[in-house]
Write a protein that binds this ligand. Structure first.
Ligand code: B16
Ligand code: MG
Length: 214
């Protein structure tokens, strides 16, 4: 039975993808590399260095590690400026209610994000105190689809992986959940999120019953 639900952040609890897009697009423009919203889709759940390298490869560029570090710093500074305007209004509908129901049922709430800015974002969204444990990219070596961040969250929650459900909007995240030995719920398009036991169009459509009955 389910004792904890571990949520992804970007694309599940809020839409930061649009801010990532603006910040990467500005950088790509500067480098003379075409970058579209469709390209940005490929970067969901992909960590910062992986995202930069994806864009550089698209432009046929190979840079030194020092140069990569400088560009990541530049993109992140821009991204931080953009997300500084986020408020509780940016929380996806249904999140507060689902969290309250989970809490009432004694089910723990965890976060497993590929973002190094996860703590800042949940603070902005006003939900930081609702998590029993937050695992993010600052604490892990291997990014999704590696299961590390989900296993770290389960460990922090003190719940065995087989009693955890992971909720993800990215294919790499679904794979990470499955490799962690947890049950996977997808948020988004069922045709895309292969490997999820159930897929819901939004987190609002996901109900407590769906979790307890999975
Ligand atoms: P940062 P998630 C991921 O977060 C995003 O989906 C992905 O687009 C982003 O590149 C990554 O975080 C790294 O973000 O630059 O803030 O460390 O979906 O795993 O919560
Ligand atoms: Mg995501």
């Amino acid at each position: 039975s389910c004792r904890a639900v571990i949520f992804d952040l970007d694309g599940v609890l809020t839409d930061t993808a649009i801010y990532h897009f603006h910040a990467w697009k500005a950088l790509a423009d500067e480098l003379g590399i075409a970058f579209t919203e469709h390209d940005n889709e490929q970067l969901k759940g992909v960590d910062r260095l992986g995202s930069l390298r994806w864009i550089l490869q698209k432009g046929g560029l190979t840079l030194s590690e020092a140069e990569e570090a400088r560009l990541m710093q530049q993109k992140n500074a821009h991204y931080l400026e953009l997300i500084d305007h986020m408020t509780t209004a940016d929380l996806y509908p249904g999140v507060q209610q689902l969290f309250a129901e989970l809490r009432q049922s004694g089910i723990k709430i965890g976060l497993a994000s590929a973002s190094k800015n996860a703590a800042f974002v949940v603070e902005r969204l006003g939900i930081a105190a609702q998590f029993d444990y937050i695992a993010d990219a600052n604490q892990v070596i291997n990014s999704k689809p590696d299961p590390e961040v989900f296993l770290l969250a389960a460990n922090g929650l003190g719940v065995a992986p087989e009693h955890c459900i992971g909720v993800e909007d990215a294919l790499a995240g679904i794979e990470a959940i499955n490799r962690a030995g947890m049950k996977a719920i997808g948020i988004g398009d069922a045709r895309v999120l292969n490997g999820a036991l159930k897929v819901y169009p939004t987190v609002q459509a996901l109900k407590l019953n769906d979790i307890t009955e999975l």
